[in-house]
Design a protein. Structure first.
Length: 619
């Protein structure tokens, strides 16, 4: 696990100096505190920071091919590197280390752009062809590892984290205001755009070629589009069990101590149970909780740990929210409003004291239809022609009834009157269009348009299947995976997610919806398979999620901090949002009349980001 950086100059120009590469590397030291390196020639600058997980003595990067043609920097892990190494040996390649990095280098030397589709794992790769003067870039299928690109007049720069680009001469810290509606709608900046004008994210399952000053981006993998799985449920169960066993086994390859995050929910419990089946020593598991009982799953995690026999570590937290949010804003690179990043970071910090790598249960909800929002959407769709008249009635009731009941009825009524895909997106959005307009003015009228391109007109698949696939390419990509990568890396540990093995995802999305969602519950087939390894008490517990006590915090110290920011001259003059509306939201929340903690968290994260990344405020 590493962080990579680089810059390629246009023909006739020189790349940045080595000192610039050192500064870019220093910005991501947390991603790789074990080792670092730089390469520079008359056109290219490459660099990396390394967190050593496999072949601790070998694997130094940048890594050069024996013939000197290729220079490689690589972030991530390739789980099928051993079988690839044997195939490449048969083609005449000689290996000097036991690292997966050398296998990636040989694969690129042998197959060029075709190499990336052969790799199973999580990765962001940059390979510089010294002879042909071209750069190859690639990102894994689901986008677990990040890669930012800045194409400008002098060439192309790239980095695992946006903050490295700030060290480049000529980089303009210009915010792309066009992404603010998407941020307030969904809490993140959707790929391929970024918060900075001129900077993009390489899409997942893509590779890029940069040569002669031209950038070309191609896809090498797509979500399965073929015929759905046609076997019996028993056959599907056997196939899924095999895939899960393999996915976990692949991710247990490491030369350092490792463990797992354990929430006590289905997904993380399945991963830990499979680890225990394949390990000769107890699994090390890690859980955190808050003092507020409604935000703690420690008892559930403890019960699973006892059943499995893991070496369990837990901690009850009362964190300094003000100091913590400022730290996380720096690590998250872009405005990011999923507050569960905070507990993800805290559990990563807890794990860092014992291990350098952890497995997590991320991906199960998207793959197997586990989110409650899928069930809510499906129930509304089943109303058919009754949707519109019922929606009118509920909106009227919402206006007549006071308080939270009226608000909720009106909100459901509004959703029933919307057309697809807004009938789904409005149910997962953090803000409604009228709220966005109050904060952003006319720009807020964009609503949920940023994710409309994920839905194809005339798609014959059921609407529920369409929204799950859209979530894989939006919420999973730009929220869940960003959170997992940045928060584990902030703590200098590696996070691996077996349920995000692309073969598991391909199989899950090929299943009929009835095998994923049945009798008002998601994860039907996953739950059936999990009964082989876990008792009913674990499998049937209600889904809780990784939440934090934001409403209480905004009525305490975090609210006071936010008030100071909203009252500041910098906030008013920046003009990203209507400052009077921001202060109104804070006032009604602190009074206890309304819960506005979600929009307040968005506003707080945006302003703290602007102070660090636009103003250059010190940490």
């Amino acid at each position: 696990m590493c962080g990579i950086i680089g810059a390629i100059a246009r023909p006739g120009l020189a790349p940045p100096a080595l000192a610039v590469g050192e500064a870019m590397n220093a910005a991501i030291h947390h991603r790789g505190p074990d080792d670092g390196g730089l390469y520079r020639d008359e056109q290219a600058l490459l660099g990396m920071r390394r967190l050593a997980i496999i072949d601790l003595a070998g694997g130094h990067q940048p890594m050069a091919s024996d013939d000197g043609r290729w220079q490689l920097v690589f972030n991530g892990e390739v789980y099928n590197y051993r079988s690839l190494r044997e195939e490449l040996r048969g083609r005449g390649h000689v290996f000097h280390t036991s690292s997966d990095s050398e296998v990636v280098l040989a694969a690129v030397a042998e197959w060029g752009e075709a190499a990336f589709a052969r790799l199973h794992g999580m990765f962001a790769i940059a390979a510089w062809d010294v002879r042909e003067r071209r750069l190859l870039l690639a990102r894994d299928r689901l986008g677990k590892k990040p890669l930012f690109l800045w194409e400008h007049a002098g060439g192309l720069a790239f980095a695992s984290e946006l903050k490295s680009l700030l060290a480049l001469p000529g980089f303009a810290r210009e915010l792309d205001r066009g992404v603010l509606p998407a941020y307030f709608a969904f809490g993140y900046v959707p790929t391929p755009r970024s918060i900075f004008a001129g900077v993009s994210k390489l899409p997942p399952a893509s590779y890029a070629v940069y040569a002669q000053g031209q950038l070309r981006v191609e896809s090498y993998w797509h979500l399965p589009e073929g015929a759905p799985f046609a076997g019996s449920e028993a056959e599907a169960e056997e196939r899924l069990a095999e895939l899960l066993e393999t996915a976990v086994a692949d991710r247990l390859v490491a030369d350092v101590p490792f463990g797992a995050f354990l929430s006590g929910g289905l997904d993380s419990s399945v991963v830990v149970a499979l680890m225990a089946r394949q390990m000769s020593q107890p699994v090390r598991t890690f859980s955190i909780g808050f003092e507020e009982a409604a935000y703690s799953e420690l008892s559930d995690a403890r019960r699973v740990a006892e059943l499995i026999g893991s070496e369990h570590h837990e901690q009850v937290l009362r964190p300094d929210a003000c100091a913590l949010v400022e730290r996380l804003v720096w690590h998250l690179d872009e405005p990011f409003a999923d507050s569960s990043a905070l507990p993800t970071y805290l559990v990563s910090e807890l794990a860092r004291g014992e291990v350098k790598m952890v497995l997590s249960g991320d991906g199960g909800d998207e793959a197997f239809g586990g989110y409650d929002r899928y069930l809510r959407f499906d129930r509304l769709q089943r109303l058919g022609p009754l949707k519109r008249p019922l929606g009118l009635g509920l909106r009227l009731a919402g206006r007549l009834l006071p308080g939270l009941t009226g608000f909720r009825l009106g909100r459901i009524g509004q959703r029933l009157g919307e057309t697809f895909p807004d009938s789904y997106l409005s149910g997962v959005a953090l803000s409604r269009p009228e709220q966005m307009q109050a904060l952003l003015g006319a720009a807020g009228a964009e609503g949920y348009a940023a994710l409309h391109p994920l839905f194809r007109a005339g798609d014959p698949r059921p609407l529920l299947d369409q929204v799950i696939r859209a979530d894989v390419r939006s919420y999973l990509l730009d929220d869940i995976l960003v959170k997992l990568d940045r928060m584990t890396m902030a703590a200098s540990i590696e996070g691996r997610a077996p349920l995000l093995d692309h073969r598991v995802m391909e199989f899950a999305l090929s299943l009929p919806l009835s095998m994923r969602i049945r009798d008002g519950r998601g994860k039907h087939l996953l739950r059936r398979v999990a009964r082989r390894w876990l008792p009913d008490a674990v499998l049937d517990k209600p889904k809780q999620g990784f939440a934090i006590p934001l409403p209480q915090w905004f009525r305490g110290a975090l609210g006071a901090m936010t008030a100071d920011l909203f009252d500041s001259r910098a906030f008013r003059e920046r003009g990203l949002v209507d400052s009077a509306e921001a202060r109104r939201l804070l006032a009604v929340h602190r009074s206890g009349r309304e819960d506005q903690s979600e929009p307040l968290w968005q506003l707080l994260c945006l302003e703290l980001w602007a102070r660090r990344f636009l103003d250059g405020a010190p940490p």
